[in-house]
Design a protein around this ligand. Structure first.
Ligand SMILES: O=C(O)CCC(=O)C(=O)O
Length: 367
């Protein structure tokens, strides 16, 4: 099944991607299936590639979220993955305190934080996601940033695989008020219709590509933004404001220009429940002075308020002999269906420069 059509557009069966998408919105409104507000949001998503909503994250939510973060920094769960800016994920146990800085991220925080999980499975976000996908959705990963990410503009399917590729929606929620100085989310309205860059014939996947390919992509991106007359914008916002985007929308993190500014935010990625069958993930661990890779895979589904999402893929994935001192999962999933598949261990592969720097600081040099 090809990925791209003759115009290098993603082949999509989603109603929002069809030429009569706007008629579909009007039909849903006429049938009483959506409100006026939702109709406006969906028209906007079809044209601009994103929509904005607001969820109620009150002071007690913010305090609970912060308490969970403090606890995790104390406990450093071995099966929670954290990464420094532009680096690979490593076990929280092995993540150095000084990397708690711009660009650091916690993957799948919802697997160890009840507050993060309530946002991961937020019914208001699910309502919009399911209107977009037009069927039952499943959340499959979350990404927490404490500071600006400073990530370059990208399109999610370059890094995040779903089947089919078009069946993906992301929701990014501000956990505090965010201004220009704190490196807000940046995005390019209408870029979801930009022809795709082929990293290989008929492939939009960026992972494991050469530096030369990365440069070609950036040159293509900049030239296409110019040719299409598009503009990069930033999403400055108040706590609780959420930005949902079409999988093709270019987005990233603006530069942090105010020293010490935080930018607490969490993004969740969703797909169609019928098509997303298993979540996989991996990270590095420092085992007796050597980096080892741990891969995990899960079919565990967490549920709340009728919303479903995958647990973190690394729960139960760390071999017992590597997890000393033993760390028990901090939060039990609310609903558990078939157990995670067995962990896969493997030795280190060559790493990008940023990860090598982190490794060199963490690990004794080998002769
Ligand atoms: O929060 C950011 O800066 C970017 C998040 C992002 O790229 C994503 O969730 O796909």
């Amino acid at each position: 099944m090809p990925t791209l059509d003759a115009h290098r557009q993603l082949i999509s069966d989603l109603w929002i991607d069809q030429p009569d998408g706007h008629d579909g919105v009007e039909q849903r409104l006429a049938d009483g299936r959506i409100s006026d507000t939702e109709a406006g949001q969906l028209h906007h998503l079809i044209d601009e590639g994103y929509l904005i909503t607001k969820v109620d994250l009150d002071d007690s939510f913010a305090a609970a979220f912060e308490e969970d973060l403090d606890r995790l920094w104390r406990e450093r769960p071995v099966d929670l993955a954290v990464a420094a800016k532009a680096s690979d994920l490593v076990s929280f146990r092995d993540f150095p305190e000084e990397e708690r800085a711009v660009g650091y991220r916690i993957a799948d925080l919802h697997s160890h934080s009840a507050a993060a999980r309530s946002l991961y499975l937020h019914p208001q976000l699910f309502r919009l996601v399911e209107l977009i996908l037009d069927e039952k959705a499943v959340a499959f990963q979350s990404l927490f940033f404490h500071f600006g990410s400073e990530q370059g503009l990208h399109r999610d399917p370059m890094f995040v695989p779903t089947k089919p590729i078009s069946h993906m929606v992301a929701a990014w929620t501000a956990l505090e008020d965010i201004d220009e100085g704190s490196g807000p989310l940046m995005y390019v309205p209408r870029s979801h219709r930009m022809p795709w860059f082929e990293f290989e014939p008929d492939s939009v996947r960026f992972v494991n590509k050469t530096e030369e390919k990365r440069r070609e992509w950036i040159a293509y991106r900049e030239q296409t933004i110019r040719e299409m007359g598009l503009e990069v914008k930033t999403f400055t916002c108040a706590r609780g404001e959420a930005f949902l985007w079409h999988s093709g929308l270019l987005h990233g993190g603006a530069s942090v220009t105010r020293e010490g500014a935080t930018r607490r935010s969490m993004a969740t990625h969703y797909s169609t429940a019928a098509n997303y069958e298993r979540r996989t993930g991996q990270m590095k661990m420092n085992v007796d002075g050597e980096w080892r890779k741990v891969s995990g895979s899960t079919t565990r589904i967490l549920t709340a308020n009728g919303c479903s999402g995958y647990d973190g893929p690394l729960r139960d994935a760390v071999p017992k002999k590597w997890s000393s001192p033993p760390v028990a999962p901090s939060v039990a999933p609310s609903v558990v269906t078939p157990a995670a598949t067995p962990a896969v261990e493997s030795r280190e592969r060559p790493q990008p420069a940023a990860h090598r720097r982190l490794r060199d600081r963490l690990l004794p040099r080998r002769r």
